[in-house]
Design a protein around this ligand. Structure first.
Ligand code: G1P
Length: 299
Protein backbone atom coordinates (compact mmCIF):
# COMPACT_ATOMS: atom_id res chain seq x y z
CA UNK A 1 0.00 0.00 0.00
CA UNK A 2 1.23 3.50 -0.82
CA UNK A 3 2.59 5.52 2.05
CA UNK A 4 0.61 8.62 2.94
CA UNK A 5 2.93 11.61 2.72
CA UNK A 6 0.79 14.64 1.91
CA UNK A 7 -1.71 16.70 3.83
CA UNK A 8 -4.07 19.28 2.37
CA UNK A 9 -4.97 22.06 4.82
CA UNK A 10 -7.56 24.56 3.57
CA UNK A 11 -6.83 28.00 5.06
CA UNK A 12 -8.56 30.40 2.70
CA UNK A 13 -11.60 31.17 4.92
CA UNK A 14 -12.22 34.69 6.29
CA UNK A 15 -12.73 33.78 9.94
CA UNK A 16 -15.63 36.20 10.32
CA UNK A 17 -16.42 34.92 13.82
CA UNK A 18 -13.18 36.49 15.05
CA UNK A 19 -13.47 39.91 13.42
CA UNK A 20 -11.93 42.43 13.86
CA UNK A 21 -8.84 40.36 14.87
CA UNK A 22 -9.08 38.44 11.60
CA UNK A 23 -9.29 41.56 9.44
CA UNK A 24 -5.52 41.45 9.04
CA UNK A 25 -4.49 38.23 10.84
CA UNK A 26 -5.52 34.87 9.40
CA UNK A 27 -7.70 32.99 11.90
CA UNK A 28 -5.22 30.10 11.70
CA UNK A 29 -2.55 32.43 13.11
CA UNK A 30 -4.48 33.26 16.29
CA UNK A 31 -2.25 32.10 19.13
CA UNK A 32 -2.89 29.39 21.66
CA UNK A 33 -0.56 31.05 24.18
CA UNK A 34 2.68 31.23 22.21
CA UNK A 35 2.02 29.08 19.13
CA UNK A 36 -0.52 29.83 16.41
CA UNK A 37 -3.34 27.31 15.90
CA UNK A 38 -1.89 26.24 12.53
CA UNK A 39 1.38 25.20 14.22
CA UNK A 40 -0.48 22.55 16.22
CA UNK A 41 -2.22 21.26 13.10
CA UNK A 42 1.05 20.92 11.19
CA UNK A 43 2.73 19.35 14.22
CA UNK A 44 -0.05 16.74 14.40
CA UNK A 45 0.46 15.89 10.73
CA UNK A 46 4.25 15.68 11.00
CA UNK A 47 4.03 13.43 14.08
CA UNK A 48 1.90 11.09 11.95
CA UNK A 49 4.60 10.85 9.27
CA UNK A 50 3.41 13.53 6.82
CA UNK A 51 6.23 15.08 4.77
CA UNK A 52 4.47 17.60 2.53
CA UNK A 53 1.99 20.20 3.72
CA UNK A 54 -0.20 21.71 1.01
CA UNK A 55 -1.95 24.87 2.15
CA UNK A 56 -4.95 25.99 0.13
CA UNK A 57 -4.63 29.65 0.70
CA UNK A 58 -5.92 33.07 -0.33
CA UNK A 59 -4.82 36.68 -0.80
CA UNK A 60 -5.07 37.66 2.84
CA UNK A 61 -3.13 34.69 4.24
CA UNK A 62 0.49 35.64 3.63
CA UNK A 63 1.29 35.52 7.35
CA UNK A 64 1.01 31.72 7.19
CA UNK A 65 3.69 31.54 4.48
CA UNK A 66 5.96 33.80 6.51
CA UNK A 67 5.44 31.69 9.62
CA UNK A 68 6.73 28.53 7.95
CA UNK A 69 9.58 30.29 6.14
CA UNK A 70 13.12 31.14 7.32
CA UNK A 71 13.56 34.58 8.91
CA UNK A 72 17.30 35.42 8.60
CA UNK A 73 17.07 38.98 10.01
CA UNK A 74 15.45 37.73 13.21
CA UNK A 75 17.90 34.82 13.42
CA UNK A 76 20.89 37.18 13.09
CA UNK A 77 19.52 39.43 15.79
CA UNK A 78 18.93 36.50 18.11
CA UNK A 79 22.43 35.15 17.40
CA UNK A 80 23.93 38.53 18.29
CA UNK A 81 22.14 38.27 21.61
CA UNK A 82 23.41 34.70 22.07
CA UNK A 83 19.89 33.24 21.93
CA UNK A 84 20.88 30.09 20.01
CA UNK A 85 18.02 28.10 21.52
CA UNK A 86 15.47 30.51 20.05
CA UNK A 87 17.18 30.38 16.64
CA UNK A 88 16.97 26.61 16.73
CA UNK A 89 13.31 26.78 17.72
CA UNK A 90 12.20 29.15 14.96
CA UNK A 91 14.29 27.33 12.34
CA UNK A 92 12.72 24.06 13.45
CA UNK A 93 9.31 25.40 12.40
CA UNK A 94 10.41 25.86 8.77
CA UNK A 95 12.12 22.48 8.77
CA UNK A 96 9.11 20.50 10.01
CA UNK A 97 8.01 19.64 6.46
CA UNK A 98 8.04 20.74 2.85
CA UNK A 99 5.44 23.50 2.43
CA UNK A 100 3.45 24.13 -0.73
CA UNK A 101 0.94 26.95 -1.23
CA UNK A 102 -1.88 26.83 -3.72
CA UNK A 103 -4.17 29.81 -4.14
CA UNK A 104 -7.89 29.19 -4.10
CA UNK A 105 -8.96 32.08 -6.29
CA UNK A 106 -12.61 31.88 -5.27
CA UNK A 107 -14.04 30.52 -2.06
CA UNK A 108 -16.44 27.89 -3.31
CA UNK A 109 -16.40 25.52 -0.35
CA UNK A 110 -14.35 22.76 1.27
CA UNK A 111 -14.81 20.43 -1.70
CA UNK A 112 -13.50 23.12 -4.03
CA UNK A 113 -10.52 23.76 -1.74
CA UNK A 114 -9.58 20.06 -1.84
CA UNK A 115 -10.03 19.93 -5.61
CA UNK A 116 -7.66 22.89 -5.93
CA UNK A 117 -4.90 20.62 -4.58
CA UNK A 118 -5.42 17.96 -7.27
CA UNK A 119 -2.32 18.66 -9.35
CA UNK A 120 -0.05 18.79 -6.29
CA UNK A 121 -1.45 15.64 -4.66
CA UNK A 122 -1.36 13.59 -7.87
CA UNK A 123 -2.40 9.96 -7.93
CA UNK A 124 -1.82 9.00 -4.31
CA UNK A 125 -3.84 8.79 -1.09
CA UNK A 126 -3.59 11.89 1.10
CA UNK A 127 -5.03 13.44 4.21
CA UNK A 128 -7.14 16.53 4.76
CA UNK A 129 -7.06 18.41 8.04
CA UNK A 130 -9.25 21.36 8.98
CA UNK A 131 -7.73 24.10 11.07
CA UNK A 132 -10.75 24.73 13.29
CA UNK A 133 -10.41 21.52 15.24
CA UNK A 134 -7.53 20.94 17.62
CA UNK A 135 -7.40 17.40 18.94
CA UNK A 136 -5.06 16.61 21.80
CA UNK A 137 -3.69 13.11 22.02
CA UNK A 138 -0.07 13.02 23.18
CA UNK A 139 0.49 9.36 22.26
CA UNK A 140 -1.43 8.95 19.02
CA UNK A 141 -2.07 12.06 16.92
CA UNK A 142 -5.65 12.13 15.62
CA UNK A 143 -4.64 12.01 11.97
CA UNK A 144 -2.21 9.15 12.78
CA UNK A 145 -5.17 7.12 14.06
CA UNK A 146 -6.87 7.55 10.67
CA UNK A 147 -3.70 6.77 8.71
CA UNK A 148 -3.29 3.57 10.73
CA UNK A 149 -6.88 2.63 9.83
CA UNK A 150 -6.15 3.41 6.16
CA UNK A 151 -3.24 0.95 6.21
CA UNK A 152 -5.69 -1.76 7.41
CA UNK A 153 -8.36 -1.20 4.75
CA UNK A 154 -6.74 0.75 1.90
CA UNK A 155 -9.85 2.94 1.52
CA UNK A 156 -10.92 6.46 2.46
CA UNK A 157 -11.39 7.02 6.19
CA UNK A 158 -13.29 9.84 7.88
CA UNK A 159 -12.58 10.81 11.47
CA UNK A 160 -15.73 10.94 13.59
CA UNK A 161 -17.01 11.57 17.06
CA UNK A 162 -20.42 11.30 18.64
CA UNK A 163 -22.14 14.68 19.10
CA UNK A 164 -25.36 15.64 20.92
CA UNK A 165 -28.45 15.23 18.73
CA UNK A 166 -29.16 18.97 18.67
CA UNK A 167 -25.71 19.56 17.10
CA UNK A 168 -26.00 17.24 14.07
CA UNK A 169 -26.93 20.15 11.80
CA UNK A 170 -23.46 21.68 12.30
CA UNK A 171 -21.57 18.70 10.82
CA UNK A 172 -21.32 16.11 8.11
CA UNK A 173 -23.08 13.08 9.63
CA UNK A 174 -22.16 9.48 8.90
CA UNK A 175 -24.31 6.36 9.08
CA UNK A 176 -22.66 2.96 9.12
CA UNK A 177 -22.23 -0.59 10.37
CA UNK A 178 -19.71 -1.18 13.16
CA UNK A 179 -17.17 -3.76 12.01
CA UNK A 180 -14.57 -3.34 14.77
CA UNK A 181 -14.38 -1.29 17.92
CA UNK A 182 -14.63 2.41 16.89
CA UNK A 183 -14.58 1.56 13.13
CA UNK A 184 -17.65 1.57 10.87
CA UNK A 185 -18.23 0.70 7.26
CA UNK A 186 -19.98 3.82 6.04
CA UNK A 187 -23.39 3.30 4.44
CA UNK A 188 -24.59 6.89 4.21
CA UNK A 189 -23.39 10.45 4.69
CA UNK A 190 -25.16 13.77 4.74
CA UNK A 191 -23.85 17.31 5.11
CA UNK A 192 -25.41 19.30 7.96
CA UNK A 193 -28.73 17.41 8.14
CA UNK A 194 -31.83 18.37 10.12
CA UNK A 195 -32.14 16.24 13.28
CA UNK A 196 -34.87 14.10 11.68
CA UNK A 197 -32.74 13.43 8.56
CA UNK A 198 -29.55 12.41 10.39
CA UNK A 199 -28.65 8.71 10.03
CA UNK A 200 -26.81 8.82 13.39
CA UNK A 201 -25.10 11.30 15.69
CA UNK A 202 -21.64 10.39 14.39
CA UNK A 203 -20.08 13.63 13.13
CA UNK A 204 -17.12 14.23 10.82
CA UNK A 205 -14.57 16.27 12.76
CA UNK A 206 -12.13 17.73 10.29
CA UNK A 207 -9.78 14.79 9.70
CA UNK A 208 -9.91 12.66 6.53
CA UNK A 209 -7.80 10.15 4.61
CA UNK A 210 -8.88 10.19 0.96
CA UNK A 211 -8.02 8.06 -2.02
CA UNK A 212 -7.22 10.06 -5.17
CA UNK A 213 -10.52 8.90 -6.74
CA UNK A 214 -12.14 11.71 -4.72
CA UNK A 215 -10.90 14.23 -7.31
CA UNK A 216 -13.01 12.78 -10.10
CA UNK A 217 -16.04 12.82 -7.80
CA UNK A 218 -15.37 16.42 -6.81
CA UNK A 219 -15.22 17.37 -10.48
CA UNK A 220 -18.63 15.82 -11.07
CA UNK A 221 -20.43 16.85 -7.89
CA UNK A 222 -22.92 19.71 -8.17
CA UNK A 223 -22.87 22.68 -5.80
CA UNK A 224 -24.54 21.71 -2.53
CA UNK A 225 -25.58 23.21 0.82
CA UNK A 226 -24.80 26.88 1.29
CA UNK A 227 -24.01 27.29 -2.41
CA UNK A 228 -20.70 25.46 -1.88
CA UNK A 229 -19.04 22.40 -3.37
CA UNK A 230 -19.26 20.03 -0.41
CA UNK A 231 -16.60 17.39 0.28
CA UNK A 232 -19.29 15.29 1.99
CA UNK A 233 -21.38 15.25 -1.23
CA UNK A 234 -18.38 14.05 -3.25
CA UNK A 235 -17.78 11.29 -0.69
CA UNK A 236 -21.43 10.22 -1.03
CA UNK A 237 -20.77 9.79 -4.77
CA UNK A 238 -17.49 7.98 -4.09
CA UNK A 239 -19.36 5.60 -1.79
CA UNK A 240 -21.15 4.17 -4.85
CA UNK A 241 -17.80 2.97 -6.22
CA UNK A 242 -15.49 2.46 -3.25
CA UNK A 243 -15.90 1.54 0.41
CA UNK A 244 -15.39 4.32 2.95
CA UNK A 245 -14.79 3.71 6.66
CA UNK A 246 -15.25 5.94 9.67
CA UNK A 247 -13.05 5.85 12.73
CA UNK A 248 -13.95 7.43 16.07
CA UNK A 249 -11.02 9.61 17.02
CA UNK A 250 -9.58 9.33 20.52
CA UNK A 251 -8.49 12.61 22.00
CA UNK A 252 -9.65 15.83 23.57
CA UNK A 253 -11.29 17.96 20.95
CA UNK A 254 -11.42 21.74 20.77
CA UNK A 255 -13.47 23.69 18.28
CA UNK A 256 -11.27 26.77 18.01
CA UNK A 257 -13.58 28.24 15.36
CA UNK A 258 -15.85 29.73 18.05
CA UNK A 259 -14.91 32.07 20.88
CA UNK A 260 -15.70 29.82 23.82
CA UNK A 261 -14.01 26.78 22.23
CA UNK A 262 -10.95 28.91 21.50
CA UNK A 263 -10.75 30.13 25.10
CA UNK A 264 -11.16 26.58 26.40
CA UNK A 265 -8.33 25.41 24.15
CA UNK A 266 -6.06 28.14 25.52
CA UNK A 267 -6.85 27.11 29.09
CA UNK A 268 -6.33 23.41 28.40
CA UNK A 269 -3.00 23.98 26.65
CA UNK A 270 -1.90 26.34 29.42
CA UNK A 271 -2.66 23.69 32.02
CA UNK A 272 -0.25 21.37 30.13
CA UNK A 273 2.62 23.89 30.41
CA UNK A 274 4.66 23.25 33.53
CA UNK A 275 5.93 26.86 33.81
CA UNK A 276 2.46 28.38 34.18
CA UNK A 277 0.23 25.51 35.30
CA UNK A 278 0.38 26.08 39.06
CA UNK A 279 -0.06 29.86 38.91
CA UNK A 280 -2.90 29.48 36.45
CA UNK A 281 -4.68 26.96 38.65
CA UNK A 282 -4.43 29.33 41.57
CA UNK A 283 -5.68 32.23 39.47
CA UNK A 284 -8.68 30.24 38.20
CA UNK A 285 -9.49 29.08 41.69
CA UNK A 286 -9.44 32.66 43.00
CA UNK A 287 -11.64 33.84 40.15
CA UNK A 288 -14.19 31.08 40.81
CA UNK A 289 -14.30 32.02 44.49
CA UNK A 290 -14.87 35.64 43.53
CA UNK A 291 -17.70 34.70 41.16
CA UNK A 292 -19.31 32.65 43.93
CA UNK A 293 -19.16 35.62 46.29
CA UNK A 294 -20.69 37.88 43.64
CA UNK A 295 -23.50 35.40 42.96
CA UNK A 296 -24.26 35.08 46.67
CA UNK A 297 -24.51 38.85 47.02
CA UNK A 298 -26.90 39.13 44.08
CA UNK A 299 -29.33 36.38 45.03
C1 G1P B 1 -16.88 21.09 7.42
C2 G1P B 1 -17.46 19.86 6.72
C3 G1P B 1 -18.35 19.06 7.67
C4 G1P B 1 -17.54 18.71 8.92
C5 G1P B 1 -16.97 19.98 9.57
C6 G1P B 1 -16.04 19.62 10.72
O1 G1P B 1 -17.92 21.99 7.70
O2 G1P B 1 -18.19 20.27 5.58
O3 G1P B 1 -18.79 17.88 7.04
O4 G1P B 1 -18.38 18.01 9.84
O5 G1P B 1 -16.21 20.74 8.61
O6 G1P B 1 -15.55 20.76 11.36
P1 G1P B 1 -17.66 23.53 8.12
O7 G1P B 1 -17.53 23.52 9.61
O8 G1P B 1 -16.41 23.96 7.43
O9 G1P B 1 -18.87 24.26 7.66
Amino acid sequence: MRKIKKVVIPVAGFGTRFLPATKSTPKEMLPIIDKPIIHYIVEEAVKAGIETVIFITGRHKRAIEDYFDYYPELENQLLKNRKEDLVEMIRGISNMAEFVYVRQKEQLGLGHAVLTAKHVVGDEPFVVMLGDELIINQDKPAIGQLIETYYKFGKSIVGTTSVPKEDVSKYGIVGGKEIMESIRLVTSMIEKPKVEEAPSSSAIIGRYVLTPSIFQELENTPIGKGGELQLTDAMVNLLRKEAIYSKDIEGIRHDTGNKLGYLKAILDFALLQSDIRDDLKEMLFEKCEKFKEMDEKHF
